[in-house]
Design a binder for this molecule. Sequence first.
Ligand code: SF4
Ligand code: SF4
Length: 84
Amino acid sequence: MMFSCDCCGCCCRNIGDSPIYKGLDRGDGVCRYLSENLCMIYEDRPVLCRVDDCYDLYFYKSMGREEYYRLNKEVCKKLKAREK
Ligand code: SF4
Ligand code: SF4
């Protein structure tokens, strides 16, 4: 099972709210590595940008995978609504 991402790029355009992404923020809440809605460092992107790896490394301790995906989807939905 893998997290289903539609590659909308909303998360990469809205990193300003989270201090853990501070090093990626180009100053306006958009990631410095986003170019034309694509991640320029996709293969080498930080683990914080990898939903499934984050689960396997950290979140598996506190919740099931389905619950983790559900929570991530909620964030996706909120970010998408913000850009409408
Ligand atoms: S907001 Fe969600 S669906 Fe859109 S790119 Fe990010 S993880 Fe994927
Ligand atoms: S490094 Fe890539 S995947 Fe991570 S926020 Fe930036 S553009 Fe998005």
